[in-house]
Design a protein around this ligand. Structure first.
Ligand code: ZN
Length: 507
């Protein structure tokens, strides 16, 4: 009997040591690294120890018996990046190893953006069914709330008091389940007709729950001043932190004015309003053709001409999705116009009309058309990225815009310089992002923080995704850990899926 017990014990130990499952308290020592801690402090040489899902020691550490040792070979070890405005969940559910995010060093994605969200319960169930390799947090979307309260077909009007009440209750419930706050996508049709009062009423609910507000503001071009005023007023009246999603200057006559916009935001901050922003490092966006008509008058030639003149460059803007005629996909609006023997303004109106007709005949089809529109300048993008209250986001998914695979590595490879050193760039991807969205114990290298980590080679880190090849992997991201487990190493997934649902910490 004793022999049997001993044999069982030996077998058990053997199984534990060699099983695929991580041993809960496994220790890993990462040596010979330049530690960049995410706070903006200068890099320093040292080592870092992981135990379980946490960082347990940082400094000049000697190996302990039984721990796994990784030689960092002088590369940079930083906190994993936090993508404050992401659309990656769909891709990550299809590909749980999360290559689209891990390959650019992202360890947490924040979804529920632009007013569209799943309920916290839905996200929880999805992640329970399909564990993934990246952490997920979510806002609750205003458009989702209003369509639930008003009916799918009634989104093109202001809400009534009773409907706002219903939205408030639903939002309150979601905040109770750990949603980070309220998100809006006010430029999109199903939210565009909401009144400022409706949005403010919901924002007050978020504020009362010590949550946050994040917004794709009502206009990023023609009426941007008014849209900025709206979010500043929300910050002022509620006292809660407010964040502008993917800050941009999309109107030609406003190009070069980034510093002026930032001065306006600085002024608001001086008055005590906690306003911040996130930005992705591209001069072109991805959206529907319809956003090019700020007056929602899709058959008005004057508006179409204004769009061509001021809101996008038809020679550099690609129709990336067009269900009614896939032969247009990958061509610029100018090229499609030539094929159709039309001027770009006419083409723009026709494409919208064709898409609308298609949608009526095929109501179950989700997205009918999408454009990658060139409408910003490099100088403005750089000014926005380097503002001390802007964190980096991708606004991406594994779709047709290269930001879904390359946003973070693009900043590291192309925007880092003497004025914006690596330590700053990493701060804008880690601790700053965590603070802006309200995620605790991540985004810094600190004892007791979660071990979400990126080992990167600053000399080779670079994005390679382009409009023509949007899923090309970045170089220079050597290893990525999520909650203490390595998920990515030398361009490959480890097949581990340690991502967690991150909920708003109750203060
Ligand atoms: Zn958006």
């Amino acid at each position: 009997m004793r022999f049997f017990c001993l044999l069982a014990y030996v077998c058990f130990s053997f199984l534990m040591a060699f099983s695929q499952k991580p041993v809960m308290n496994e220790r890993i020592l990462i040596q010979h690294v330049r530690l960049i801690d995410g706070t903006g402090s200068s890099a320093r040489l040292g080592s870092l120890r992981i135990q379980g899902d946490k960082i347990v020691a940082i400094g000049d550490l000697k190996p302990m018996t039984g721990e796994k040792i990784i030689d960092g070979m002088g590369q940079v070890l930083a906190p994993g990046f936090i993508d404050s405005h992401s659309h990656h969940l769909g891709d990550v559910m299809r590909h749980p190893e999360a290559i689209s995010t891990a390959s650019q060093g992202i360890t947490s994605i924040v979804i529920g953006q632009d007013g569209d969200s799943y309920s916290m319960q839905e996200i929880k169930e999805k992640l329970q069914q399909t564990p993934v390799a990246v952490n997920v947090a979510s806002y609750t979307g205003h458009t989702t709330l209003r369509l639930a309260a008003m009916g799918e077909k009634n989104g093109l009007r202001a809400a009534q008091a009773s409907e706002i009440k219903q939205m408030e209750l639903a939002l309150s419930k979601e905040l109770g389940q750990g949603s980070l706050g309220l998100s809006t996508g006010l430029e999109y049709e199903h939210a565009f007709y909401s009144s400022r009062e409706e949005v403010l009423a919901l924002a007050q609910v978020a504020a009362a729950n010590k949550a946050r507000y994040i917004s794709h503001i009502r206009s990023e071009d023609v009426t941007m001043a008014d849209a900025l005023d709206e979010i500043i007023q929300i910050g002022k009246k509620t006292g809660m932190p407010v964040q502008i999603s993917h800050l941009k200057l999309g109107k030609k006559s406003d190009w070069g004015q980034a510093k002026k916009i930032l001065a306006q935001l600085e002024q608001a901050r001086k008055e005590g309003i906690n306003i911040t922003a996130d930005v992705y490092p591209y001069t072109y966006w991805h959206s529907t053709l319809r956003v090019l008509f700020p007056g929602r008058d899709y058959t008005n030639l004057t508006s179409a001409e204004l769009a061509v003149d001021q809101l996008f460059d038809p020679a550099e803007s690609f129709l990336v999705h067009f269900a009614p005629n896939t032969s247009y996909e990958g061509k610029t609006i100018l090229e499609i116009g030539r094929l159709r023997q039309e001027k770009p303004a006419g083409t723009l109106m026709k494409l919208i009309a064709i898409a609308e007709e298609y949608k009526l005949k095929n109501p179950s089809v989700g997205s009918v058309e999408a454009i990658v529109g060139k409408s910003m300048t490099e100088e403005d993008v750089r000014d926005f990225i380097t503002w001390e209250h802007t964190n980096i986001c991708s606004d991406g998914n594994a779709g047709t815009h290269p930001r879904g695979y390359g946003a973070f590595t693009r900043v590291l490879g192309r925007y880092v310089n003497e004025q914006f050193p690596l330590e700053k760039a990493i701060q804008h991807m880690t601790s700053m992002a965590a603070a802006h969205v309200g995620i605790k114990d991540r985004g810094v290298l600190g004892v007791g923080a979660y071990a979400d980590l990126v080992l990167l080679d600053p000399k080779s880190v670079l994005d390679h995704a382009t409009i023509q090849n949007p899923h090309a992997l970045s170089t220079g991201i050597t290893r990525v850990w999520v909650n203490g487990q390595e998920v990515y190493h030398d361009l490959k997934s480890s097949a581990k899926r340690p991502g967690k649902l991150l909920t708003r910490a109750h203060e």
